[in-house]
Structures are given as C-alpha cells and as structure tokens.
Design a protein around this ligand. Structure first.
Ligand SMILES: Nc1ncnc2c1ncn2[C@@H]1O[C@H](COP(=O)(O)OP(=O)(O)OP(=O)(O)O)[C@@H](O)[C@H]1O
Length: 305
C-alpha cells in the first residue's frame, strides 16, 4: 500500500476575532516532496504552518497529518517537527546544550545533527553570539533530532548567506530523497524555484494556486524577456514578423536591450528567426521568473521592471 499523504487539508478555516486568516484551504503534500508556501504579507502562511505543527487548531475543515486526523490537542503528532516565527532557542546555552535539552524528547544524536547543518565547529559556543543565519541552522538541527517524516519550516532561509542557503537546501534535498515531506514558506521566489517541485500560493487566506511548479511555467502565459542582440534594429524588424511583441522601453533601459513579451512557442520562433537572419542573441532572460510572474498575477501585484 502507498504511504499516506504527509498533509491532506480540506476546507481549513482559521479566524482571529474578525480576521479570517485562512478561508477554506485545500492542499496535499506527498511524502518525499519539498512543498513551498508563498504569499504576500498577511496571506496566512504562518497560520497554516502553525496548524501543521499543532500550535493552533483549525476552526473548520479536516486536516490529516501522516495519515491520521488532527484532533484538538496542541501537541505535534509523532513524526512532525519544525518551527514558525524563528526557532525557539536559549541564548545563554551553547548550540550543543540547546540541542541536548531537546534531545531528551528525540532520538537523533546531537553531534550528528550539528554536523548535518554545518555547526559542528561552533557547537560549544553560546547561542547569544550566533548570527540570524546560525540560529536558523540550529533551529533546523533541533527539528532534525526527531528524524521527522514531516518537516515544517517558516522562512528557513531567513538570514542565511548564499553558502549557508546552499548548505541548508542540500540538507532538505537529502531529507526529501529519504522520504521526508518538507513544507516551507519563503518570500524568495528564486529559493522556492531552486528547491521545490510544487508550491501553494496563498492570497488573503485562500489558495490562489496549488500544484507542480511546472504548471506555472511560462507556457501558461506571456512573460517579458530582456533581449540583447548584435543588431537591435534588425532584431526589432524580426520581432515585428513574429507573434512576440515589443514592450515600450523604460527611460533608463539600456538602448541595446529590447523588452519582448511572448509565450514560449513565440519566443522559440523568434530565436530561430533571429539566428536565421544572422542576428546573434547575446542575452535572453525573463524579466521576472515564471514563478514570480505567476505569484504577482495571482496575488494581484504588479511586476517591477
Ligand atoms: N495571533 C493572531 N492574532 C490576531 N491576528 C492574527 C494572529 N496571527 C495571525 N493573525 C492575522 O492573520 C492574518 C494572517 O497572518 P499570517 O501571519 O499567517 O500571515 P503570513 O502570510 O505568515 O504573513 P507574513 O508574510 O507577513 O509572515 C493576518 O491578517 C494577521 O494579522
């Protein structure tokens, strides 16, 4: 029999007084997937992650975690760990002491998880002196102590430098490859694109999109691209013969660069024609990534060029 879904949410609603933080949320996460949660400030991401960790209880709807219905108890089901609003750590204790305090609840050796998140060298330093990125990594280490089958992380890349981010992404990818489901929120669309195969986009407490990232790809809509060629005047003439269109330039746009709006098939046709005409393509890149474009469209926000 197939393993149960790590998360199955149907019609989840959560209010705080008059504020409807979540309004009929449906979404699924299968084992071994890294599922990204995106949405503007106040969209309900942290509230949803909190429900997955049993930090709060939904007002309405049905939530199943690792195949079992979630009741009203405010304790995370076995196999679930993570954090929202930053990891809870004791600043006066060292990294190792913080984990040792938590390890009483869990099974994984403290030294192993410190090694996994790249904090072995500072294991005996007090957390008070840790940077935001180091605290995030220590929070992840704490979540790994129990070898979770569902890992829930609110903005785990917050404060991480590029190397730290790469390291943390590697840890999460290895966990997912071993069958752990990871649900994480981020405001960085590039991080979500690098790490996740599926996303849920929330807008004012509702699901604007949930599913594979590939479904949000450029084929579903027109995107704007920066096009730099060896001959902008000739390129402009070629564009006019295709289904692509030229976007009027902003005053500060480099005159060598044309902004082109097109769907992927029209873009393919354009590149073929440019090459055929002897115009070299020196740069062709989306102004915003397909995920960011979808995010902005679905949440009613404007792209900045
Ligand atoms: N404990 C609470 N009491 C009252 N209102 C709350 C509480 N927690 C969340 N809210 C409200 O619920 C809505 C959703 O908040 P939530 O923190 O889940 O959004 P978010 O998507 O995580 O936002 P951000 O990106 O800013 O972290 C907001 O309107 C927020 O003000």
């Amino acid at each position: 029999m197939d393993a149960p879904l790590a998360v199955r949410a149907r019609g989840i609603t959560k209010c705080f007084g008059d504020v409807v933080a979540l309004d009929g949320i449906d979404f699924d996460v299968a084992p071994g997937r890294i599922h990204g949660l995106a949405g503007p400030n106040g969209a309900g991401k942290t509230t949803l992650l909190g429900l997955l960790l049993s930090l709060a209880v939904a007002d309405e709807g049905r939530l199943e975690i690792l195949g079992a219905p979630v009741g009203r108890a405010l304790t995370a089901p076995d196999g679930v760990s993570g954090f929202v609003d930053g990891p809870g750590l004791y600043p006066s204790l060292t990294a190792r002491q913080n984990l040792a305090a938590l390890a009483k609840l869990g099974g994984h050796p403290v030294g192993d998880v410190l090694e996994q998140v790249g904090l072995a060298d500072v294991a005996d330093d007090r957390v008070r002196g840790f940077s935001l990125g180091m605290r995030q990594r220590l929070g992840l280490a704490a979540a790994l102590l129990t070898s979770p089958r569902l890992l829930v992380l609110d903005e785990p890349a917050n404060g991480l430098d590029p190397a730290g981010k790469k390291h943390v992404h590697g840890v999460l990818e290895r966990l997912a490859a071993a069958g752990t489901a990871v649900v994480l929120s981020s405001h960085r669309m590039d991080d979500l694109e690098a790490l996740c195969t599926e996303v849920t986009i929330l807008a004012t407490g509702r699901v604007a999109f949930t599913g594979p990232l590939a479904e949000l790809s450029a084929e579903n809509g027109e995107l704007e691209y920066r096009l730099r060629t060896s001959d902008p005047a000739a390129a402009r003439r070629v564009i006019e013969e295709t289904r692509a269109s030229i976007v009027p330039p902003e005053p500060r746009t480099d005159p060598e660069v044309l902004l082109v709006r097109a769907k992927v098939p029209a873009l393919d046709e354009l590149v073929r024609r440019l090459v055929h005409t002897g115009v070299a393509v020196r740069e062709l890149a989306p102004v915003v990534s397909p995920l960011e474009a979808a995010f902005l469209a679905l949440t009613g926000q404007e792209a900045l060029r």
